[in-house]
Design a protein around this ligand. Structure first.
Ligand code: S3P
Length: 171
């Protein structure tokens, strides 16, 4: 089985995916890391030098490459992956694949984005007020895609361990 983790930026997709993979003795792949390795460039560099459209094309291409593999793994998507190029339809149509939405409130996301120093090209230049506004609107638009996942897990006020245990019940 392929387990696909999705959700907004800073919802813990990679951290949860790694621990879930460890506990389930499965391979873990992070789509952003996979893109960076294949392209030999960081995501920030790709956004800056080639633009978001190029990034979305590559994201789509590498997602399909991974889903076409015979092997099983846990894959964490980028926050925007389900929302472009019919990627969510492709995930849902793929055999032996279960998709899990790590669902969080605007408040949790904003707090985490403020605490997390990872480079995120979409939000780097936003002030606190603008960030709240941006996340509110963006999450509203993206929820349409996220909500199509097979399983939804509320991650608010839960530890990584608790979330992983909750996910394992479904698998
Ligand atoms: C993006 C999220 C990022 C990365 C890129 C675009 C998005 O991944 O794919 O910066 O559109 O939400 P994370 O969700 O892992 O931060």
């Amino acid at each position: 089985m392929k387990i696909i983790l999705l959700g907004y930026m800073a919802s813990g997709k990679s951290t949860i995916g790694k621990l879930l993979a460890e506990n389930s003795k499965m391979k873990f792949i992070d789509l952003d890391d996979f893109i960076e390795k294949k392209e030999k460039k960081t995501i920030s560099f790709i956004f800056k030098e080639k633009g978001e459209v190029y990034f979305r094309l590559k994201e789509h291409e590498y997602l399909k490459e991974l889903l076409n593999k015979k092997e099983d793994f846990i894959l964490s998507l980028g926050g925007g992956t389900p929302c472009y190029a019919k990627n969510m339809d492709i995930v849902l149509a793929n055999k032996n694949t279960v998709s899990i939405y790590l669902k969080s409130t605007i408040k949790t996301i904003v707090k985490r984005l403020e605490e997390d120093n990872s480079e995120r090209p979409l939000i780097t230049n936003l002030s606190k007020n603008d960030l709240v506004e941006f996340v509110s609107k963006h999450l509203f638009e993206r929820s349409f895609f996220y909500e199509q996942a097979n399983i939804k897990v509320d991650i608010n006020n839960k530890s990584i361990k608790e979330i992983v245990e909750e996910i394992r019940v479904f698998l």
